[in-house]
Design a protein around this ligand. Sequence first.
Ligand code: IPE
Ligand code: IPE
Ligand code: MG
Length: 263
Amino acid sequence: MSFEHVDYTSLDIPAAPFSDPSVVPDFPQGKVPRHVGVIMDGNGRWAQQRGLVRTEGHKAAEPVVFDTIAAAIESGVRYLSLYTFSTENWKRSPSEVRFLMGFSRDIIHRRVDQMNEWGVRVRWSGRRPKLWKSVIDELEVAMEKTKNNTTLDVVFCINYGGRAEIADAATQIARKIASGEIKGSKVTEKMISQHLYNPDIPDADLVIRTSGEQRTSNFLPWEAAYSELDFVPELFPDCGRDVFFRAIDDYIHRDRRFGGVKK
Ligand code: IPE
Ligand code: IPE
Ligand code: MG
């Protein structure tokens, strides 16, 4: 069965309504992570366990993505980075890559108004070369439409690789040094931070990976250098906002020391 013939546009997708306020945990003010990253992993295994093609797992992930966004809003998180397609994912079969590109483009298109209503500002982190132009076009429309929203920034990491991001920052800095725009030859950490894809977004406080894999697969190596990590066993399509709330609750009880000593 060829992936392109799967009609994913006709799916009946739940709108991910907000929870009954009585079920939203009352997280202590000031303790909720400002920036959470999610490595949404396990879609292929979810499908394979059911005897389905891998792309069925990607389709099953769509409502979970929006449940996760709703949970982030309900928790008071300010930035949510979603690892959607990595610079390494081009290694997959051409048909799966085609599906993921088309699916990402269509999700952004059909969900932008919902995100806008929720006060979400859509952002993108990733490299332009190789990424489908139609995906970039939809991202640009969504970013423009939602640019004044301030409830939650959702950063779609598409054609994102952490090493590529650092290399791209280094290239820009090298150019500016060569042209004299940056004086001197010393590259500082601050300079690198200022040349990342979205320099205004603070470092990640918490990175959640689903599916039980315990690695970060080139996700936010710079921004998550001091993040708390939470590896949860559920495959992404089996997750819901309960998994997100559990991760936030766990984070609140962590002791972050940043190399210092607890007083
Ligand atoms: C994550 O699920 C989605 C993407 C990487 C695009 P996978 O497709 O990696 O699913 P598994 O890890 O093979 O189960
Ligand atoms: C990481 O998952 C990338 C995304 C979730 C987009 P992968 O499934 O590609 O990572 P590996 O191959 O297991 O490290
Ligand atoms: Mg995977």
